[in-house]
Each structure stands twice: as structure tokens, then as C-alpha cells.
Design a protein around this ligand. Structure first.
Ligand code: NDP
Length: 295
């Protein structure tokens, strides 16, 4: 079996075009332009790349965009003060603080300072709680992107055995929570594995759908999956030598061998990554619509 390649690049493009139309409607019918503020602290190269991509996507959709590049030495008090200003700014509907933050700033304190109605990353405890009870305002971007990939690729989740590898607050736990909801595009039987799981392969081999977010290059090999599995590879790892000097980008799955057994699989790059950005744009549009009661 050679797998269907699920292109996150293509699906994200389709979502952006839908959003473009929605944004035009908001502007012409409601005189409303969604606004997104991004905050990046310090010069971590990966964070700068991610924020750059998010800013570019917002500009392309004519979302009003503000970018705040802050020095690594910024105090927690000053960062909280910026968030307070953005919370009060009516032009800003969404606030994204790029994580990780420097060690002297507690991330939870910062996330909790964002107005939950502007929490387009879906990380505020109020939004995490709403997700748990199946009444979300904002789904976190990467897990939401994964669900959209499945739904838009026609992959049935209802009643399926879904195994998630990874239990982080930004990927593993929320995707597990989303997929076990009693809803269309969910309704799965979900197992969550992590670094303390005994005999990982005994779980992954049962999966109809395997979602892997471990951040370990090629940790999933062909002998760990069953024939006909659907594989969503969230991992982003750089290994070995490349012309750019940054290493080669690979996922958490040994793509070349696993694709021979899988029914469908996402590539890295071009799988989950573009979806994360598209979902941030979707949440920003939703946040704007919520201000006029049409979301
Ligand atoms: P974290 O490091 O926060 O979490 C990794 C999880 O994987 C942990 O729960 C850890 O277990 C588990 N784990 C690690 N090694 C193993 C192993 N050998 N077997 C089983 N479980 C293991 O990572 P994130 O969730 O933030 O990200 C995961 C990956 O996804 C990274 O490569 C990241 O770059 C990528 N990512 C990609 C995004 C995208 O848009 N494409 C967005 C976000 C992340 P334990 O809890 O016990 O430590």
C-alpha cells in the first residue's frame, strides 16, 4: 500500500481563501477589520521564523497586524503592561505570545493575563476548560489544524482507535480532548502515550489513526504501525548536515518506510505546520466576529 499524502499546504491554502472571503464580508458589511498582535521575546531563531510566518499570513489576508519584538531582558511587569494595553485596544482582536519565554518570565502568568476573548492561541485556562466541556471559544491552533486535516481529507474519526504520542499542553493533551468529544469530527476512542509509557509499540500498533507529537526524529518506524493506519506527524526536528547549515527538517515518523504501510500520512514539512498558521488566522477572524456577536 502506498499512502495518500495529506497536504497541509493545500488544505491550509483552501482555508485561507475561505477566510479571505469572510474578511471581505466583515469589512464591507460590518466595517470590521480583524486585528492580531504578535509578541516575541528575545532572538530565538525558531520563534522569529514562526512569528514572521504568522505576521505574513495576517498581512496577506489584510488582517490588521501589530508585531512586538521585545528584548530578552524585558521584565515580567513590562510584558504584563503591554498585554494590558493590547487587551484594552479595540483594534486588536487576537493576542499571540510566542512561546517559549525566557526563564525569568513565568509563561502561565503571561498566558493568564491575556483577555480570554483575545486568546487566539487557545491557551488561557478559561479556554482550556471550555474545550474540556465541549464548548470551546477558541481551539488551540495546532490541534485544531490536525482535526481540520482529518475532516477535510475525509478521514472518519468516529469510533476509531486514535493513539496520540505526546502529552504537552499545546499539542498532545488538547488534541486528545478534541477527538474524544461527543461531536462530528471527533467521537474517537483516544489513548495518550508519553515518555513513561511501557511498550509504546503495543499502543501504536492498535491505532487506526496515529498522531505523534514527541519531538523525537523518526521515533515511529514501520514495525510500530498496522497496515492501513492514518498518520499525522506533528514533529519538527532538524538532523544532520544541510547546505543551509540548519540541518534537514524531519518529523517524528520514519516517513519513507511508514508510508508503505499507511493509508494516509502527512509530510514534514508541508503537513501540520501550515495548518497551525491557518488556524491562528481563523481564530483571529472568530475573535473579531465575537465582538459584534456574530460568531
Ligand atoms: P514537548 O516536548 O512539550 O512534548 C513532547 C511529548 O512527547 C512529551 O509528552 C513527552 O513525554 C513525549 N515523548 C518524548 N519522547 C517520547 C518517546 N520516545 N516516546 C513517547 N513519548 C515521548 O513537545 P510539543 O508537544 O511542544 O511538540 C512536539 C513536537 O511537535 C516538536 O517536534 C515540536 O517542534 C512540534 N510542533 C509542531 C508544531 C507545528 O505547527 N507543526 C506546533 C507545535 C509543536 P513526557 O511528557 O513524559 O516528557
Amino acid at each position: 500500500m502506498t499512502a495518500q499524502i495529506i497536504s497541509g499546504t493545500e488544505i491550509a491554502k483552501q482555508i485561507r481563501e475561505e477566510l479571505r472571503q469572510e474578511i471581505i464580508q466583515l469589512r464591507t458589511k460590518h466595517n470590521l477589520v480583524p486585528g492580531l498582535a504578535t509578541i516575541v521575546v528575545g532572538g530565538d531563531p525558531a520563534s522569529l521564523v514562526y512569528v514572521g510566518l504568522k505576521e505574513r499570513a495576517a498581512k496577506d489576508l489584510e488582517i490588521y497586524s501589530q508585531r512586538h519584538d521585545l528584548p530578552v531582558s524585558i521584565t515580567k511587569k513590562d510584558l504584563l503592561s503591554l498585554i494590558d494595553q493590547l487587551n484594552k485596544n479595540p483594534r486588536i482582536n487576537g493576542i499571540l505570545v510566542q512561546l517559549p519565554l525566557p526563564q525569568h518570565i513565568n509563561e502561565t502568568d503571561i498566558v493568564c493575563a491575556i483577555d480570554p476573548r483575545k486568546d487566539v492561541d487557545g491557551c488561557h485556562p478559561a479556554n482550556v476548560g471550555k474545550l474540556m466541556i465541549g464548548e470551546p471559544d477558541f481551539l488551540p491552533c495546532t490541534p485544531h489544524g490536525i482535526q481540520e486535516l482529518l475532516v477535510r481529507s475525509g478521514i472518519e474519526t468516529e469510533g476509531m482507535e486514535i493513539v496520540v504520542v505526546g502529552r504537552s499542553n499545546i499539542v498532545g493533551k488538547p488534541i486528545a480532548s478534541i477527538l474524544l468529544q461527543k461531536q462530528v469530527g471527533a467521537n474517537a476512542t483516544v489513548t495518550v502515550c508519553h515518555s513513561q509509557t511501557r511498550d509504546l509499540a503495543s499502543h501504536t500498533k492498535r491505532a487506526d489513526i496515529l498522531i505523534i507529537a514527541a519531538g523525537r526524529p523518526k521515533v515511529i518506524t514501520a514495525d510500530m504501525v498496522k497496515e492501513g493506519v492514518v498518520v499525522i506527524d506533528v514533529g519538527v526536528n532538524r538532523i544532520g548536515e544541510s547546505a543551509s547549515g540548519k540541518g534537514i527538517l524531519v518529523g517524528d515518523v520514519n516517513f519513507d518506510t511508514v508510508k508503505e504501510k499507511a493509508k494516509a500520512i502527512t509530510p514534514v514539512p508541508g503537513g501540520v505546520g501550515p495548518m497551525t498558521i491557518a488556524m491562528l488566522m481563523m481564530n483571529t477572524v472568530r475573535a473579531a466576529k465575537m465582538t459584534i456577536g456574530i460568531a
